[in-house]
Write a protein that binds this ligand. Structure first.
Ligand SMILES: O=C([O-])CC(=O)C(=O)O
Ligand SMILES: [Mg+2]
Length: 225
């Protein structure tokens, strides 16, 4: 059975940290998506299913196999604190490939969230643990792994498609209650600059609106709404 387990890529935390510091920015997935000309935004049905917490961190990717999807237990040996586990389960919504015990293992490893193009379960447990999961669906039926003992076929740290977007190992994931934006690793510096500028303009515009500014006044001052 196919099994590819690539090491974690080298990730410069200095490129990730400024995004982590944007945690309090409202509509963060929108702001970061805008900074990429509204590209690299996952499908709208990728939504939080567990803890009410933003997910910001570099992707450790998992690619499963349609028709034989397994739990990605080996990923816990590779992840580092701050990572996000991103799983391509081919949009399969009837078989969950992530559960509460896995959320606990991920949390213990310092993983800041899971993003799943597929289904998860035990979301009550993940909420109790404070572990955020963004997924397409949730439901009780799980993969065969616990019965079969098989942990393959699986590929870890290969390029995947998740929520319709290409995700390479090390790309930055920004997931909030609105959705998920993916910043390619090589674009981090450029996208951060644009996103920070937009966030600052929005903070200023929000204040003006609270004071009663009109559309024309806002356009004159900020160039856009
Ligand atoms: O049994 C599974 O497939 C996963 C699960 O429920 C858990 O991690 O708690
Ligand atoms: Mg469980």
């Amino acid at each position: 059975m196919k099994k590819i387990i690539n090491p974690r890529p080298n990730i410069d935390e200095n490129l990730i940290k400024p995004f982590r510091e944007m945690e309090d920015v409202l509509s963060l997935s929108c702001v970061v998506g805008d900074a990429m000309e509204r590209n690299n935004v996952m499908h709208h049905d990728m939504k939080p299913k567990a803890a009410d917490k933003k997910i910001i961190g570099p992707a450790i990717t998992v690619k499963l196999t349609p028709g034989d999807i397994v739990d990605c237990l080996e990923v816990f040996e590779i992840v580092k604190p701050g990572d996000v586990i991103v799983i391509d389960a081919f949009g399969e919504t009837e078989t969950s490939i992530w559960g509460g015990l896995m959320s606990g293992l991920a949390r213990n490893a310092g993983v800041v969230g899971a993003v799943i193009d597929g289904s998860c379960r035990d979301t009550d447990e993940a909420k109790m643990l404070g572990f955020p999961i963004t997924a397409k669906a949730s439901g009780p039926r799980a993969a065969h792994t616990a019965y079969s003992g098989r942990k393959e076929p699986i590929e870890i740290n290969v390029p995947i498609v998740c929520g319709g977007v290409l995700v390479k190992p090390g790309d930055l994931i920004i997931a909030d209650e609105i959705g998920v934006a993916v910043v390619p690793y090589e674009d981090l510096e450029k996208v951060y600059k644009i996103a920070r500028e937009q966030a600052d303009k929005e903070i200023a515009a929000r204040e003006e609106i609270l004071k009663g500014a009109t559309v024309d006044e806002l356009l004159a001052k900020f160039g856009r709404i």
